[in-house]
Design a protein around this ligand. Structure first.
Ligand code: CUA
Length: 179
């Protein structure tokens, strides 16, 4: 039998299942189940990828909310571009914009305090990667991703874009402070 010549017996699904074939199906199915339950288990025990709520938004709506937070809670500016450093109060909604090719503004949060972080992209898909903690969140234009965060480590963190977004993708970095 070859691929060019069709098998004499066309109703292949009526053939008895070979023992080895059956074994492989059983192994593959068992492994599928392991991976399926790992998705749930990793969410609880992995403590890396936060589950987000997602809502529709527009760049205008999101910019307005972010600007309002920046106007209210900016404590200083950093770098030559005068990026505002925003220190919002505990429990408040904090906003972060991803766009070609920056994260804006710089957030300054407090350790062991809980915030509601909102994120969107103004243009293309970006990837929020918080280093060195390895938290990863997809940032999709048109959608507002919301997650509850409680920083448990203080220091200066880097936000790196881990979704290829064009010629300056490698320069799309930001900062986040935890005090
Ligand atoms: Cu944004 Cu890569």
């Amino acid at each position: 039998m070859s691929a060019i010549l069709p098998p004499a017996e066309r109703l292949w699904w009526k053939h008895p299942l070979d023992r080895v074939e059956g074994l492989w199906i059983a192994i593959a199915f068992a492994w599928c189940m392991v991976m399926f339950f790992m998705m749930v288990g990793w969410h609880i025990y992995g403590k890396q990828n936060l589950s987000t709520e997602t809502y529709k938004t527009t760049p205008e709506m999101f910019s307005a909310k972010t600007q309002a937070m920046v106007d209210k809670y900016t404590v200083r500016t950093e770098t030559d571009e005068k990026i505002p450093v925003v220190h919002p109060p505990e429990g408040s909604d904090v906003y972060l914009i991803g766009r070609l090719w920056s994260w804006w503004p710089i957030l300054e949060l407090e350790k062991d305090k809980t915030y509601k972080l909102h994120m969107t992209s103004m243009d293309y898909n970006h990837g929020f990667s918080l280093q060195p903690t390895n938290i990863n969140i997809q940032v999709v234009p048109g959608y507002e991703h919301v997650m509850k965060i409680t920083p448990n480590q203080s220091g200066q963190f880097s936000i790196v874009c881990n979704e290829f977004c064009g010629i300056n993708h490698h320069t799309m970095v930001g900062r986040l402070y935890v005090k």
